[in-house]
Design a protein around this ligand. Structure first.
Ligand code: ZN
Length: 72
């Protein structure tokens, strides 16, 4: 049976393997010195594979609905 390849493959140069995909923090940072986002790119050709915004993680983790919070 065919198995899903577990290694990502670069769509630009075709290199496969998680070791060729490196992540780098954004150079611009917030005042708290937190990076705004991570870039995942190919270390062989520099093709950017994905960009992950850091605040997305926090949004999905802390999305809480507070109905009628200010009702006296
Ligand atoms: Zn590549």
């Amino acid at each position: 049976m065919d198995k899903e390849p577990t290694s990502p493959k670069c769509p630009s140069c075709g290199v496969a393997g998680i070791e060729h995909f490196v992540s780098k923090e954004s150079t611009s940072r917030s005042r708290y010195r937190e990076p705004w986002f991570f870039v995942i790119y190919c270390d062989q050709c520099g093709h950017v594979y994905n960009v992950i915004a850091k605040h997305v993680f926090a949004q999905t983790a802390t999305r809480v609905v507070l109905p009628n919070e200010n009702v006296e």
